[in-house]
Design a protein around this ligand. Structure first.
Ligand SMILES: [Zn+2]
Length: 263
């Protein structure tokens, strides 16, 4: 796992005394990154979702003004990836374990004095668990829980936008930009489970009726999307735009947490 570049905001880099001395903790948000370790086709490493989460935060946090207080926990790198079960390299935890892990972290943060947490998630399979756990954390601990979701969307083709949802053009481009030597473009493939504009209402995603899927239902290679369209130039531009959007959202989150603490 790459070491975060936002060391002054990374809680494990502070001493216990320094954390105790953070002023006004009740109005300071703490970001919890959640990712996954799972197969990403023959061209990408299994750590993509967790690596990109750190890369996005490393791009965004330096853009957040110094006087905006916000801290980050270590990432939850292993998530709910049972859809990729059976592929060597996929590590996953159960729905219950993910929920309990998140709740335990929230409970400690609450005990230290923090009252707002923000989940920054980079793995789609975690979302349903995160949603209900966030509500439980709010109702049981009285904490404010935010889901950070930057609104920047890269300009993809309608086909990629609808059916490129794993190890796709976006993830591959960002990995080309964020890492060195971890992407093997000679192994990149284009594989879609459905075509935009073709008849068929029952689809894995993006249709009025959808079915639950595991990777074997939607892909032979483990890629769902067009990884061959990825370039480092796209990755650079998209990551810069995404970092700006994420930084703006973190800055707004800080203002919101302050207002909430006064209520
Ligand atoms: Zn991914």
């Amino acid at each position: 796992m790459i070491l975060p570049k936002y060391r002054d905001r990374y809680l494990p880099d502070l001493t216990s005394e320094q954390i105790a001395a953070i002023p006004n903790k009740e109005s300071v948000p703490v970001i919890i990154p959640t990712g996954a370790i799972e197969q990403h086709g023959p061209h990408l490493p299994v750590g993509v979702d967790s690596i990109l989460g750190q890369a996005f935060l490393s791009g965004a946090l330096p853009l957040v003004p110094d006087d905006v207080p916000v801290f980050v926990t270590p990432p939850i790198t292993i998530g709910k990836s049972d859809e990729h079960r059976g592929f060597p390299g996929t590590l996953f935890i159960s729905t219950k374990t993910l929920g309990r892990l998140l709740t335990s972290i929230a409970r400690q943060l609450h005990a230290w004095g923090f009252r707002t947490i923000a989940i920054f998630n980079t793995h789609g399979g975690n979302i349903s668990v995160l949603r209900y756990t966030m509500r439980e954390i709010q109702s049981e601990l009285g904490m404010r829980v935010v889901h950070l979701r930057p609104d920047y969307k890269p300009p993809l083709s309608p086909q990629e936008d609808a059916y490129g949802f794993h190890a796709n053009e976006m993830e591959t481009s960002c990995m080309l930009e964020a890492t060195e030597g971890l992407v093997d473009m000679s192994q990149a493939r284009c594989e879609y489970p459905a075509r935009v504009g073709e008849a068929g209402e029952l689809r894995p995603e993006g249709a009025p009726a959808t079915y639950t899927w595991i990777t074997g239902d939607v892909s032979k290679s483990g890629i769902v999307g067009d990884a061959t369209a990825a370039t480092p130039e796209k990755g650079k531009e998209w990551m810069e735009n995404y970092a700006q959007s994420l930084a703006a959202q973190i800055t707004k989150l800080s203002t919101w947490a302050k207002q909430q603490a006064k209520k």
